[in-house]
Design a protein around this ligand. Structure first.
Ligand SMILES: Nc1ncnc2c1ncn2[C@@H]1O[C@H](COP(=O)(O)OP(=O)(O)OP(=O)(O)O)[C@@H](O)[C@H]1O
Ligand SMILES: [Mg+2]
Length: 212
């Protein structure tokens, strides 16, 4: 049986990477095979593209270049990692996926939603996530947290506050289109409360986890 595909989405510093780790641990504790991965990146080719995308000047790439590079890296990630894992029945938990392109390059960067959906159909096709958790919180709080994270992957952080507000709204609007798949999580809470909200959503979504 095909495995389950769970993606985490949300703005900068919302706590995605923190919560991915916690969910992966919980699923592994049940004895499930879980592949933890991330975007941009997740396969050697896609990780090489990640560096180009997340480092350097904010104006280094236009939104259309970013969209195509994101989907180029996503195609490689799907071919090499995600589809083989799902086919052998593993659960895949991915830190950001296609909804980040819809939000960052679409809502934030002004790329037409129709164009993104056309590329998505070719690249992602039927391999759509079974559950997408959108970690939502005030933009300023997330940006403060992301600064605390350090490192040089700060290209998107450097875009203005208006950009980050647009992408927050983009995630929320997207979630309304398919409420069965998208769950908005209040990320302005303690790490433990967020983790427990996420677990409740996962149990509701997947009958395999009932009673766990
Ligand atoms: N619920 C929380 N309350 C307070 N601080 C938190 C919470 N969750 C995560 N943090 C801290 O905020 C920072 C950002 O968290 P994390 O890296 O998980 O976010 P992210 O969404 O993955 O960020 P990015 O978009 O930059 O990848 C980290 O220093 C983390 O320890
Ligand atoms: Mg992260």
């Amino acid at each position: 049986m095909r495995g389950k595909f769970i993606t985490f989405e949300g703005g900068e510093g919302a706590g995605k990477s923190t919560q991915v780790k916690l969910l992966v641990k919980r699923l592994r504790d049940l004895g499930l095979e879980v592949v933890q991965t991330r975007e941009p990146g997740g396969s050697p080719g896609a990780e090489a593209l990640r560096d180009l995308l997340v480092k350097g000047d904010a104006s280094r790439w236009s939104p259309v270049s970013e969209t195509l590079m994101m989907y180029a890296s996503r195609a490689d990630h799907l071919e090499k990692v995600i589809r083989p894992a799902l086919e052998r029945g593993a659960w895949v938990v991915c830190d950001r996926f296609a909804d980040s392109t819809r939000a960052y390059q679409g809502a934030g960067g002004g790329i037409s939603p129709d164009f993104i959906e056309q590329v998505d159909q070719v690249v992602v096709g039927d391999t759509q996530p079974d559950l997408t958790l959108i970690l939502d919180m005030p933009v300023e709080v997330g940006l403060m947290r992301a600064k605390g994270r350090g490192g040089d992957e700060d290209r998107f952080e450097a875009k203005g506050i208006g950009f980050h507000e647009r992408l927050r709204q983009g995630f929320v609007k997207r979630a309304a289109i398919a409420p069965d798949r998208y769950k908005i999580i209040d990320a302005n809470q303690s790490i433990e409360s967020i983790s427990s909200d996420i677990w409740s959503q996962a149990m509701t979504q997947f009958s395999e986890l009932k009673g766990a």
